[in-house]
Ligand binder design. Sequence first.
Ligand code: ADP
Ligand code: MG
Length: 225
Amino acid sequence: MKKIYTGKTKDVYELENGNYMLQFKDDMTGENGVFDPGANTVGAHIEGIGRENLRVSVKFFEMLNAAGIKTHYVSADIDNATMEVLPAKPFGKGLEVICRYRAVGSFIRRYGAYIEDGAKLPAYVEMTIKDDDRGDPLITKEGLEVLGIMTGEQFDAIVKATKEITAIVAAEVEKAGAEFYDIKFEFGFNGQEVILIDEIASGNMRAYKDGKTLEPMDLTALLLK
Ligand SMILES: Nc1ncnc2c1ncn2[C@@H]1O[C@H](COP(=O)(O)OP(=O)(O)O)[C@@H](O)[C@H]1O
Ligand SMILES: [Mg+2]
């Protein structure tokens, strides 16, 4: 087994059978101990959170597979906090797809002059390119085409899939008694096919309860109840 990538919250290994293995770590993105799904630094180390993130991811990947949505998920070993996945090639050097039901985080930092914090949004999808040095810049459909990162058709298909996936996750969050605000996904190529990759855990989304943002551990507990 060869380690091929050391990430902020997961390490990636190549398995003998050609698949990849994601090792979930007990780290969350954020700054100075404060969780932030949009952050590019590890902000908190929480014992056991890797296994919990994997549990939540497995729950959602199984729901998506049942709904006929293609994902990289193959199997999981909860005790060891590992997930076997289909290997995927990223768009460019990596792309993040965000779906927003409510205006918070970087959306408010950018557009706060035009919208109130927490205002409803119509499943608004935007993409950022993974580039820590440049603060993960936002990119338009035309930008992605000009830079040769994806075609317009691929962009439209990812926006559509993102809205479908988010609807499934949001419904589950609401069922657990919280209000869904936003979420971040990654997609990649498995052969010619574009599939959902990475993880779907509390650290990738924001949810509120009683007007306050839920800490990832608390959201996880609600989702696994
Ligand atoms: N199926 C997959 N194939 C290839 N790479 C993947 C797959 N699923 C996730 N990844 C990548 O593995 C890495 C996971 O580690 P993570 O800690 O989240 O990294 P990062 O610090 O880049 O966010 C990410 O770079 C993600 O793009
Ligand atoms: Mg990540």
